[in-house]
Every structure is written in structure tokens, then in C-alpha cells.
Design a binder for this molecule. Structure first.
Ligand code: AGP
Length: 618
């Protein structure tokens, strides 16, 4: 989704803004723009397309000043073209704004300005610049900070907004409501950004604005107030990511780098989870942050896992783990559906909200819908200080490091690991497992990183398969039990980066309809590890093969000999250290397969069409 970066107090503010936009490219966008404030005028350059177009245009119109603001836009209102790109100016060119989110009442606000007012774009955002400029005109001695606060009272919707005004050349004014905004000040320079990725090259000491907060940023410092002007505190924290983690480090794409980072990411997520409550006491599994009494978990009689996309698939594995170890019934639900129905939620319902970014609006809203009904919420997130993590009663962080590629990989495997930890934690809290059983199981999970290294060695073989299957018309992924979420994740990965038609089904459901799609030339990817559902998977493989499909089977050491008799191609994975850890291993060949198919087809792997990394609008 859209990205914002603002800098004030550096001679090369425009270069800094362009670098910041580069670090925000991963969010997904279709146009980019910048404004500089040199105290005489606001100069705007904006272009549809990739950042390179903006850089070229900036080269043609060199801009220099110590205050600049940049934006990457992911179109919602109005086509992705030059005129709809941000920043937007008011008609007199006095105020410029960039905006993430949606101003829901923009038509009403436009109408309130009268018929004579011309708009230069079709966006919902431009009207905000008009309103702030009007406010400055109306109140002779008002400054930008005051004028913005007055206008905010009229806006409905979600926003992170950043303004500059020609009369105030060293100031950025920012406001946040239901869309993330980070501010920072280091070495006499003030910054704002839509996420920390744009700031870590400058500082790791940042503050996240909370809903309803407004800030004035200048080279002297940052002042934060509520909309009435009362001084308030944002959420200050230290970012523990280093700059190298957010760079490609020799890999062709972030996605490939992130796939290869999975052994380390999983090891980091498992690290230091056992702590003794007092000397001599047995070590117990702990969460990163818990703001509810552990005893409450004994009273939980139902769990909802809420998430979107890849995180939802991790939640499906979480269901298996919690039901298996903790013995509590679990429903897994798409967050955007949960919030618009009447789920039966009460203080005995535990809600687990999973989000890599912690900023997905649907997941945040679904979690808050549950909290309104007094259900405790635990967040699983990769981003320390994210909105979801801040608002939840407890947090389990995945320590995957920054995930830049739109297609989620290391976030997914670490989310599964976090779900396994949570399943064990709940079992421990409810007395379903002895502490020794928890630590034994944890010991087995600690073997996952080494097994992942082995899986990554299949890369060459997978690349050859991708070459062979790259033009297939239709791919069906099938699996059972812990293989089903991975079949779904495999299909999502393939479609999002290669744009091939791919779907996933529970293998047992195929005969109830989907098998009608199978014909000569279809590809079926079957998750078939050794285990209790393996014989059923073999039957399902035979059924699709009999109808003309080629079968690529993902097996384990204990299942591949038999698979070779039924499938066209077989990939052999090591046996997982625990059946529920199997998905962490079996998803990796599917990530690599999607990656190699997409690159063989010449697609833009890290920034696939139409998609955004962090989905901050509904
Ligand atoms: C995965 O490859 C996707 N890009 C997408 O499905 C993603 O997982 C989803 O948007 C949820 O994001 P979150 O984990 O940040 O909430």
C-alpha cells in the first residue's frame, strides 16, 4: 500500500526522500511523487509507474531544499496516473499533502468548498490540502499545526497524513488515524514515515503515533498532541533490525534471500523461550509480552484465530497444534469476515490475531471487535511496536527480521513456529502437558533449522521442475491434515507472483467437484509426507493421474519410495522432528517452485502486479 517519507533539516532532503521511497517500494505502489519546500514555493514532481520514472523526472527538474516529502501511491480513488499521484496541492500552492488510507467523506468535503473550486485529481486526498489552506486563510495567525488539527475534526475514514506549507519551510505536520505513522528525530533532522524500513538507515530510535495524535516535526525536535492540542506521548521504541537485513545482500530478489533466511529466522523465533519463574523452579515457556494473568488461560473454552492471506494459512496449522496439545476447540477465520458477522465471543474466548506487519486493517479491526466483547487477544506479529502488537493483551513476536518481498515466506514459517509455541504455552498454562513434556517438544522443534537447511539443498532440482512446468495452464494443490494449509499457501504463492491459475483443495474434497477441472496438461502438486493420511493421499494422486494430470509430489524420506510409483516427480524432504513441524519444511519447496516459475516467466517477483505488502485499507 502507499508509503510516506518526510525529512526536514538536511540539505539533501530530496535525495533522502528518494532513498526512503526506495525502501518503501516493497509495500507495492503504482505511482510516486515528491514535494520540496524551499520557503519560496512548494515544488511537486510526480509520475505514474515505478520509482525510476520519478527519479528521471527529478533529474530533469533538480530540486534542492532541506525539507521534502515523498509518497508511493497504491491507487484506491482514481486511476494510477500522474495527476492522481501524491503529493496534492491546494489551488494556491500553499499547502501540500500526502495521504495513506481513505477519506470516506471526501465527496461531502469537496461539496462543502463550493461549486467554483477546481480539483486537480480524482483522489479522496486532495480535498484535505484545500481544507487546510482554507483554514490558514481564514485564521490569519493560525500555523500549519493548528490548521491541520482543526481540519482533522472534519475527516471520516482512515489516514496517515503529512503536510508541508510554504510559510513554514522547516516543518512537517503529520496526523494518524487507523493507518501507521512513525516519527523520529536524530542529529538535528526530523523524519516521518509510514514504516520503519524507510528510517532504519537514519536511526533506530523511533516513535509510533497513536490514533488521534498529531505531530509537528522540525530540525529542533518533535511535538506530539491530540487533536485538541493537549500534549500526549506516542509509543517510543527501539527498532532491532539492522540495515543489512533490509538489503538484498547479493541475492537477485528479496524473496529468494528471505527463503534462504528461514533456518535463522526459525532459530531466532525459538530462541530463549524457556525461563524459570524463580531459581530452582522448572523452566516454563513464556510469551514476549503478556498483559493478562496466565491463570485466565485455564478458563478459556474456545479459540478464534484471525488473520488474512498467508498468515491465515499459518493459523490453520495453529489450529491443529492448539487442539492437539491444549485440547481447546479452535476456529480459524478470515479477519475481514469475522468483523462483519456476529461471532459468539465472550471473556472465555481467546482470540489469536496473526499478522506479519501488525498493520493489516482487517486483522486489527477483527481483534478490536473481539476485545469489545471482552475476549483476551494475543497477537503474533513480526513487527515490534506494530498497532496489533500494541493493542493486544499479549504478544508473541516472530523474529524473522524485515520481510521485504510482497510474497511472504520467512514470516510464514516463523508464524507456524509461533503457533506451535502458543499451542504448547496454552497446554502448559492449562496443565495439559508437564513442563518436562513442553521442554522435550521444544527440544524437537529446535531441530527444524537444520532440517530446513537440508530442504534448501533441493533448490537446483526445483528450478528444473519450474522450467518444465512454467507454462502449465492450471495447477491444483492438494493436501490433508497439516498438508492442507501448505497446499493453500503453495497455490497462493504461485498465483501471486507468477499469475498462473492455481487453486488448493483438501484432497478428499476433490471428488465432490474440483476434479472436473483436471485434464491432460494440468499439474497437481500433492503434499504427501509419511504419516496417518499418506495412504489416502496416494489414492487421491492416482485419481488425478488417471485423468491426465502430471503429479509433483512432496514427500518425506518415509513416503517417497512409494510415491515414485504414482507421481511424475517426487521431492524428498527429511522427516520433520514432529508431525506438526512438517508444514515448516514442506512449504519451502513450494516457495522455491513459485519463485523459479515466476523468474522463468520474467515476472517482477518482489513487487507483483496489483499487490501490496501491507494492506492498510479494507
Ligand atoms: C502473502 O504472500 C501475501 N502477500 C498476503 O497474503 C499477506 O500474508 C496478507 O496480506 C497478510 O499480511 P499480514 O501478515 O501483514 O497481516
Amino acid at each position: 500500500m502507499c508509503g510516506i517519507i518526510g525529512i526536514t533539516g538536511r540539505d539533501d532532503a530530496v535525495d533522502g526522500v528518494v532513498n526512503g521511497l526506495r525502501r518503501l517500494e516493497y509495500r507495492g505502489y503504482d505511482s510516486a511523487g515528491a514535494v520540496i519546500n524551499d520557503g519560496r514555493e512548494l515544488r511537486v514532481v510526480k509520475r505514474a509507474g515505478k520509482l525510476g520514472e520519478l527519479v528521471k523526472a527529478l533529474g530533469d527538474t533538480p530540486l534542492s531544499a532541506s525539507t521534502a516529502l515523498g509518497h508511493t501511491r497504491w491507487a484506491t480513488h482514481g486511476a494510477p496516473n500522474d495527476r492522481n499521484a501524491h503529493p496534492h496541492l491546494d489551488p494556491s500552492g500553499r499547502v501540500a499533502v500526502v495521504h495513506n488510507g481513505i477519506i470516506e467523506n471526501y465527496q461531502e468535503l469537496r461539496a462543502s468548498l463550493g461549486d467554483g473550486v477546481r480539483f486537480a485529481s480524482d483522489t479522496d486526498s486532495e480535498v484535505v490540502a484545500h481544507l487546510v489552506a482554507d483554514e490558514l486563510d481564514r485564521t490569519q495567525d493560525a500555523d500549519l499545526f493548528t490548521a491541520v488539527r482543526t481540519v482533522l475534526a472534519r475527516l471520516k475514514g482512515a489516514y496517515s497524513l503529512c503536510f508541508v506549507a510554504v510559510d513554514d519551510p522547516t516543518t512537517l505536520v503529520v496526523a494518524k488515524y487507523e493507518a501507521p505513522l512513525i516519527v523520529a528525530h536524530a542529529d538535528g533532522v526530523g523524519y516521518c514515515a509510514s514504516d520503519v524500513a524507510a528510517l532504519i538507515e537514519h536511526t533506530t530510535e523511533v516513535a509510533a503515533l497513536l490514533d488521534g495524535q498529531v505531530a509537528r516535526i522540525s530540525p529542533d525536535g518533535i511535538e506530539v498532541t491530540d487533536v485538541d492540542g493537549a500534549s500526549v506521548e506516542p509509543h517510543r521504541y527501539t527498532v532491532d533490525w539492522d540495515l543489512s537485513a533490509a538489503e538484498k545482500q547479493g541475492y537477485d530478489h528479496f524473496m529468494l534471500k528471505e527463503i534462504h533466511e528461514q533456518p535463522q529466522a526459525v532459530a531466532d523465533t525459538l530462541l530463549d523461550r524457556l525461563n524459570a519463574p524463580a531459581p530452582g523452579q522448572p523452566a516454563r515457556l513464556t510469551l514476549d509480552e503478556l498483559r493478562i494473568d496466565e491463570g485466565e488461560f485455564g478458563r478459556i473454552d474456545k479459540v478464534f484465530i484471525l488473520a488474512c492471506g498467508t498468515s491465515l494459512h499459518a493459523g490453520m496449522v495453529g489450529k491443529l497444534a492448539i487442539e492437539h496439545w491444549a485440547g481447546i476447540p479452535v476456529d480459524v477465520e478470515v479477519a475481514s469476515e469475522f468483523r462483519y458477522r456476529d461471532p459468539i465471543v465472550d471473556p472465555h474466548t481467546l482470540v489469536i490475531a496473526i499478522s506479519q506487519s501488525g498493520e493489516t486493517i482487517d486483522t486489527i479491526a477483527a481483534a478490536s471487535h473481539a476485545r469489545d466483547q471482552r475476549a483476551p487477544v494475543i497477537a503474533i506479529s513480526n513487527v515490534v511496536g506494530s498497532t496489533l502488537a500494541r493493542e493486544a493483551d499479549g504478544v508473541l513476536y516472530t523474529h524473522a527480521g524485515p520481510e521485504v518481498a510482497v510474497a511472504s515466506t520467512k514470516a510464514f514459517t516463523t508464524q507456524i513456529v509461533a503457533c506451535l509455541l502458543l499451542g504448547l504455552y496454552l497446554a502448559q498454562a492449562r496443565g495439559r502437558l508437564y513442563t518436562s513434556e513442553v521442554s522435550d517438544t521444544l527440544g524437537r522443534l529446535e531441530q527444524i533449522p537444520a532440517a530446513l537447511e537440508q530442504v534448501l539443498e533441493l533448490d537446483g532440482q526445483i528450478r528444473e521442475l519450474a522450467e518444465r512446468y512454467k507454462d502449465v495452464d492450471y495447477t491444483m494443490f492438494i493436501g490433508r491434515h497439516a498438508g492442507l494449509p501448505i497446499a493453500m499457501e503453495g497455490a497462493l504463492k504461485l498465483k501471486e507472483i507468477s499469475y498462473l491459475h492455481a487453486e488448493a483443495f483438501p484432497a478428499g474434497e476433490m471428488k465432490h467437484g474440483p476434479i472436473a477441472l483436471i485434464e491432460d496438461g494440468s499439474l497437481v502438486v500433492a503434499l504427501a509426507p509419511a504419516g496417518h493420511v499418506f495412504p489416502k493421499m496416494v489414492s487421491n494422486i492416482q485419481e488425478v493421474r488417471a485423468r491426465g494430470a502430471s503429479v509433483l509430489a512432496i514427500g518425506t524420506e518415509g513416503s517417497t519410495e512409494e510415491l515414485k510409483a504414482h507421481a511424475d516427480d517426487v521431492l524428498t524432504l527429511p522427516e520433520p522432528p514432529h508431525e506438526l513441524a512438517g508444514p515448516v519444511l514442506s512449504v519451502v519447496p513450494l516457495q522455491l517452485f513459485s519463485y523459479h516459475v515466476a523468474t522463468a516467466r520474467g515476472e517482477d517477483v518482489d513487487q507483483p502486479r496489483n499487490l501490496a505488502k501491507t494492506v492498510t485499507v479494507e
